[in-house]
Design a protein around this ligand. Structure first.
Ligand code: GDP
Length: 228
């Protein structure tokens, strides 16, 4: 009898479905890691680098899909990457932002399959309000967090290292071994390997374990101030 392939081949990731609401998401039976980040942080580029496919992120960038939750299946049945809408997308009306905030909250609150979060931040602008909110949510729920400090190439080595150390120290104090942090550049050729190995270590392997559930998984994004 052949043994199933348990190695994740990110390059085999395939777009599965876009969901505007929780009830449009695929069945809540597998395990998934969600990529979150402020708009323009570099989330699509990171997903592209990880999966070595430019077309995947383009799927998420298709007009009309930017505010949707996009699901990508992996080669292991039941495992998924989820691309959450970029927070603070400038070109959408405030009503639409509030609409997706409610659905993001619903997704985070109810999605049993969610086993890890990859939070993408521009290394030059780390820990903004949305990032803080996601960290707080991970802290409250115990869902593991992997932080990608992207666009490392935009900073000199010294400042990039200082930011990495600072973010790592701050988050370790709050999340202990449930958080990992790395710098990242989508422009560097082997970026996908570092992203894949770190994401795998930080999050996707944890998919296979069950995280403890806590009574309140609400992000409470509705309570956030409206963004300018
Ligand atoms: P998203 O809105 O978070 O999905 O961000 P994108 O992946 O679309 O990236 C936003 C902009 O930043 C684009 O112009 C990308 O080419 C650029 N970008 C993304 N990652 C990097 C990176 O690692 N280095 C540099 N220099 N630019 C990047």
């Amino acid at each position: 009898m052949s043994t199933p392939d348990l190695v994740i081949h990110y390059n085999l990731a395939r777009f599965e479905i876009s969901a505007a609401r929780l009830d449009q998401c695929p069945p809540d039976t597998g395990a998934e890691v969600a990529f979150a980040g402020r708009s323009n942080a570099g989330k699509s580029s990171a997903i592209n680098a990880l999966t070595q496919q430019n077309s995947l992120a383009r799927t998420s960038k298709t007009p009309g899909r930017t505010q949707l939750i996009n699901f990508f299946s992996l080669n292991i049945e039941g495992l998924k990457i989820v691309d959450l809408p970029g927070y603070g997308y400038a070109k959408v009306p405030i009503a639409m932002k509030q609409h997706w905030q409610r659905h993001l909250d619903a997704y985070l609150q109810h999605r049993e399959s969610l086993r890890g979060v990859v939070l993408v931040m521009d290394i030059r602008h780390p820990m903004k309000e949305f990032d803080e909110m996601m960290v707080h949510w991970c802290e409250a729920t115990g869902v593991p967090l992997h932080v990608l400090l992207t666009k490392e190439d935009k900073l000199k080595r010294g400042p990039a290292k200082n930011t990495l150390l600072h973010v790592k120290k701050t988050l370790k104090e709050r999340l202990g071994d449930k958080v990992s942090v790395q710098t990242f550049s989508a422009l560097k050729a082997p970026a996908w390997t570092s992203c894949a190995s770190a994401s795998t270590a930080g999050c996707l392997k944890i998919c296979l374990r069950k995280t403890s559930t806590t009574p309140d998984r609400s992000l409470n994004v509705d309570k956030e101030k409206p963004r300018p």
